[in-house]
Design a protein around this ligand. Structure first.
Ligand code: CNA
Length: 239
């Protein structure tokens, strides 16, 4: 049986699937990832993206941070792709229990998925750092000239995302660990698995249907029961 046939069979057999994804899930929606050859880490900026996405850089150079964030993450007109849609369908059918995502683009929720753990936060939520006023959606930040300011108190409005040097939400991590621990099938896709502690979540899986779908090799390939080195959309369009 070829790898896609095995994947399809495992999806059919399983009733407690968990999906753990990264930036590669959204490249087919038009948002660049970080580490692909045409990813953001290969573009030229005044500062490396790792630096620009850190808490200290954000505090010292908010203007540069927002330039990068608005241009590269808040992409106009993006829509869920076939993978987001198929995952929502699997949840509706009662087969998929949770999506754990490192993405901050909100596309799983836009596709209709309900149990979505956005462990790195979401650019769809924004709040004033001074008074806490919330600004849902991307428009307020995207349309602000330069640094977005609160219309109530003038404080900086920042996305509710986890920057490097910032702590993850431990409640969400707990839920993610529980879901992965209890899963009968774990699909890991579109992530280079180099960002911790997120990548370490895979260690909680106990089953024998660990599928890794990624264009590039990862350090977890040897531990997977099935490695599919194809585009995620190509795989999900067949289920
Ligand atoms: P990454 O390190 O950029 O890795 C992405 C991986 O996906 C690479 O190994 C690619 O080979 C692979 N890939 C890309 N496109 C496809 C595809 N169509 N089919 C199969 N494989 C593909 O990204 P990670 O998610 O591992 O890194 C974690 C960071 C990236 C998280 O903190 C995210 O918040 C952050 N990020 C998020 C977004 C987003 O929200 N869409 C975009 C860019 C970066």
């Amino acid at each position: 049986m070829d790898e896609i046939a095995v994947f399809k069979q495992w999806v059919e057999e399983s009733n407690n699937i968990v999906f753990f994804g990264g930036a590669g899930v959204s490249t087919e929606s038009g948002i660049k990832d970080f580490r692909s050859v045409d990813g953001l880490y290969h573009e030229k900026y005044d500062y490396p993206p790792e630096t620009m996405l850190s808490h200290s850089f954000f505090m010292e150079n908010p203007a540069e941070f927002f330039k990068f964030h608005k241009d590269k993450i808040l992409v106009e007109g993006i829509k869920p792709n076939i993978t987001h849609l198929k995952l929502a369908e699997l949840e509706q059918k009662g087969k998929l229990k949770a999506i754990v995502t490192q993405n901050i683009d909100g596309l799983h929720t836009a596709a209709g998925s309900k149990e979505v753990y956005e462990i790195h936060g979401s650019a769809q939520r924004n709040y004033c750092m001074d008074c806490g006023k919330q600004f849902p959606g991307i428009r307020y930040v995207k349309d602000a000239p330069g640094i977005p300011r609160c219309d109530k108190c003038g404080g900086i409005v920042r996305p509710d995302v986890v920057l490097y040097e910032e702590a993850l939400d431990q409640r969400l991590m707990r839920k993610s660990i529980d879901a992965i621990h209890d899963a009968d099938m774990l699909i890991v896709a579109g992530t280079s698995l180099v960002v911790y502690p997120a990548a370490g979540l895979i260690d909680y899986y106990r089953g024998n249907k660990l599928v890794l779908i990624n264009l590039q090799a990862t350090t977890y390939d040897a531990r997977a029961n099935l490695v599919i080195r194809r585009k995620i959309g190509e795989v999900f369009s067949q289920i």
